[in-house]
Design a protein around this ligand. Structure first.
Ligand code: FES
Length: 576
C-alpha cells in the first residue's frame, strides 16, 4: 500500500514536545524525569498503549507482560511507547454488570487519546465489554489505532472431559439443581474450568467480538484466535506494536477502515461463528460511532444468507483452542469466500481478501465448509411483533428446534429479585409449555441490561428432565449461554414497552421462522393496561449512574450514550 508518509513535524505529539516555548519545556523536562532522553522520543510517533489490565480481571492477567511485548515492537519500529491504564471491566466481578460501564471505557479511551500527546494507539482488550468500549472510543477520536486481543484461555478440564467457559457452568449448574451431580463434583469443576490466562474460550462475547474486530480490519490477521498462553500470542503483541508505528506514518485511521463493507464483514463473521447475541448491541454502537448505519434488519438479512461454519460451543462442539489449531479466523474467512467483501482495507495496509487468501483448514469438523455447514443459515434471528415493536433477538442454533414455533401461557416476573424468590417455588403454576417472562431487566430497568436473559428453568421442571423452554426478557444473555431465550426486547419494559403489560396466563406466540413475537391479548385490554401502568422510579439520582440513565439508548440502537454518538466534532485541546 503506497500512502504519503507523514513528516515528524506533522506528528500530533510534536505540539507537546517540540515547540520553543515554556509548555514544551515542561513536557520535555517531565519526560526526562521519567528517565528518557530526547533521543528516545524526539521526532518519533508516540504510541499510547491503552491497557485494560487489572488484578480483578482474570482474562487480562497476562496483559502486564503483553504490554511490554507491545512496547518492544514500538521501540523496534522507531516509536515511543506510553502505557496508559484504562478501566478494566472485569466480566465476572463487576456489578451490577460491565455493560453499565462499557460507554465509560469508551469515553475514557477517547479522552485519554485526546488529552495526551498520542499519535496512535494499541488497544489492549478482550474480556467482553473491553473490546467494544476501546473500539468505540478510538473511532470517535480517530487516531491511527490497532487492537491487540487478549486471546482465549486454554480448554477447561474435568475428569477427562473438556470444559467450556460459561456453557459448562450453566450445564452443570442445571445438573446440580436436578440432583445429577454432587457438591464434590461441582467443586472439582470450579478448579478445572478456567486454568490459564485469557478470555472465555467458548464462542462467548469475548471470542465473538475480538474476531469481529479482526474481520472489521482493526487487528493484525490471525490475532484474535491465538490462545493467550501460546508463545505466538506474545509475538503477535510485538508485531502489533511495530505496526502501530507504521500506521501513524501512513496516517491510517480507524474510520478509514470501518466502512459499511467492513461492518458487513464483521456481522457476517459473527454469524458464521455462531457468535454471541451481545455482538448485535456492540456492533451497532461501533458502526454508529464510525458513521455507518447498522440496524437489526441488516443482521437479519445477513443471517438469512450466512451459514454457521464454526463448530464451537455453545452452538457447536469444540473450543477456541481447537478453532486456532484448525486454522483460526483467517481459515474461516477464507471459507466464507464471496460472503465477505475481500476489498475492505485492514490495519496492515492490505485488504481482508489478501490477508486470508488460501488459508488452509486443518480440522474440517471444527471449521466447516459452506458445503457442510453446522447450520445452513440463521445464526441469529430478529423478531418483531406487538411484544417487540422495535425488535428482539434470538439465537436459533442454541435452542431446542421443537421450540422454534411455540405458543404458551406467560409466567411473569416483575424483576430479577421477584424471579429469584419464586422460580423454584414448588407451587409456581408453570409447565414445560409455559413462557417465562422477566420484566425490568433492560438498559434502564436493571439497570445496565445485564446478562440475565438465560432465565433459569424451574427446579421442578429440571427434575422432570426439561432442559429448554421459551424465555423472554429485555436483558442480554451471555454469549456462552444457550436456550430458547428471546432477548433485547425493545422498547424495554422499564420505559413502557409492551413487555411491561404482560400478565400471568397471557398467551405468547413465538415464531422464529416467521420472525414474529406476539402477545395474544386484544388491543382494548392492552390499552386499559397501559393506562394503569406507571413508570418505576429511576435507579440512580446522582453520579455516573444518573448520567447513564439520562443518556442511554435502547438495545436496538446499540446502547450508546446519545451525546457520544451525536454532536459536533470535539476540538483538539489547546496546549498552553
Ligand atoms: Fe472475561 Fe468471559 S469473563 S471474557
Amino acid at each position: 500500500m503506497n500512502r504519503p508518509r507523514k513528516r515528524p513535524e506533522e506528528l500530533r505529539s510534536h505540539r507537546w514536545y517540540s515547540a520553543r516555548d515554556l509548555r514544551a519545556f515542561g513536557h520535555r523536562s517531565r519526560t526526562a524525569q521519567m528517565g528518557y532522553t530526547r533521543a528516545d522520543y524526539a521526532g518519533k510517533p508516540v504510541i499510547a498503549i491503552i491497557n485494560t489490565w487489572s488484578e480483578i480481571n482474570p482474562c487480562h492477567t497476562h496483559f502486564r507482560q503483553r504490554a511490554e511485548e507491545v512496547k518492544r515492537g514500538v521501540w523496534q519500529a522507531g516509536g515511543f511507547p506510553v502505557e496508559m491504564p484504562a478501566i478494566s471491566l472485569s466480566e465476572p466481578f463487576q456489578k451490577p454488570t460491565t455493560m453499565l460501564y462499557r460507554n465509560l471505557l469508551a469515553m475514557e479511551t477517547e479522552e485519554l487519546l485526546r488529552s495526551y500527546p498520542a499519535d496512535g494507539c494499541v488497544l489492549m482488550g478482550g474480556c467482553d465489554k473491553t473490546t467494544p468500549g476501546l473500539i468505540m472510543g478510538a473511532l470517535s477520536m480517530n487516531l491511527p489505532a490497532i487492537f491487540m486481543p487478549a486471546g482465549p484461555m486454554l480448554r477447561g478440564h474435568w475428569r477427562g472431559d473438556t470444559l467450556g467457559s460459561g456453557s459448562d457452568v450453566w450445564k452443570y449448574w442445571a445438573e446440580l439443581r436436578a440432583g445429577n451431580i454432587g457438591e464434590d463434583d461441582w467443586a472439582e469443576i470450579e478448579q478445572g474450568i478456567a486454568r490459564s490466562p485469557g478470555h472465555c474460550m467458548t464462542m462467548g462475547t469475548a471470542s465473538t467480538m475480538t474476531s469481529a474486530v479482526e474481520a472489521m480490519g482493526l487487528a493484525l490477521p490471525g490475532a484474535a484466535s491465538i490462545p493467550a498462553a501460546d508463545a505466538r500470542h506474545a509475538q503477535m503483541a510485538s508485531l502489533t506494536g511495530r505496526r502501530a508505528v507504521e500506521m501513524v506514518w501512513e496516517d491510517l485511521k480507524p474510520r478509514e477502515i470501518v466502512t459499511a463493507a467492513a461492518v458487513d464483514n464483521a456481522v457476517t463473521t459473527v454469524l458464521a461463528l455462531g457468535g454471541s447475541t451481545n455482538a448485535i448491541v456492540h456492533l451497532i454502537a461501533i458502526a454508529r460511532r464510525a458513521g455507518v448505519a447498522l440496524d437489526l434488519d441488516r443482521f437479519d438479512a445477513l443471517a438469512r444468507r450466512t451459514p454457521v461454519l464454526a463448530n464451537v460451543r455453545p452452538s457447536g462442539k469444540y473450543l477456541m483452542e481447537d478453532f486456532f489449531y484448525a486454522g483460526g479466523l483467517r481459515a474461516l474467512l477464507a471459507q466464507l469466500g464471496d460472503l465477505i467483501d475481500g476489498s475492505a482495507l485492514t490495519a496492515n495496509g492490505r485488504s481482508l481478501g489478501e490477508n486470508v487468501a488460501g488459508t488452509p483448514v486443518f480440522g474440517d469438523d471444527v471449521i466447516r465448509s459452506r458445503a457442510n455447514p453446522l447450520v445452513a443459515h440463521d445464526g441469529l434471528a430478529v423478531l418483531r411483533g406487538n411484544l417487540a415493536p422495535d425488535g428482539a433477538v434470538i439465537k436459533p442454533p442454541a435452542m431446542e428446534p421443537r421450540l422454534l414455533r411455540h405458543a404458551g401461557p406467560a409466567v411473569v416476573f416483575a424483576n430479577y429479585n421477584d424471579m429469584a424468590a419464586r422460580i423454584d417455588d414448588p407451587d409456581l403454576a408453570v409447565t414445560a409449555d409455559s413462557v417465562i417472562v422477566l420484566q425490568n431487566a433492560g438498559p434502564q430497568g436493571a439497570p445496565g441490561m445485564p446478562e440475565w436473559g438465560q432465565l433459569p428453568i424451574p427446579k421442578k421442571l429440571l427434575a422432570a428432565g426439561v432442559r429448554d423452554m421459551v424465555r423472554i426478557s429485555d436483558a442480554r444473555m451471555s454469549g456462552t449461554s444457550y436456550g430458547a431465550c428471546v432477548l433485547h426486547v425493545a422498547p424495554e419494559s422499564h420505559v413502557g414497552g409492551p413487555l411491561a403489560l404482560v400478565r400471568d396466563g397471557d398467551l405468547i406466540e413465538l415464531d422464529v421462522p416467521g420472525r414474529r413475537l406476539e402477545l395474544q391479548v386484544d388491543a382494548a385490554e392492552l390499552v386499559r393496561r397501559r393506562a394503569a401502568w406507571t413508570p418505576p422510579p429511576p435507579h440512580y439520582g446522582r453520579g455516573f449512574g444518573a448520567l447513564y440513565l439520562r443518556h442511554i439508548r435502547q438495545a436496538n440502537e446499540g446502547c450508546d450514550f446519545d451525546f457520544l454518538e451525536d454532536g459536533p466534532p470535539t476540538p483538539e485541546p489547546e496546549i498552553h
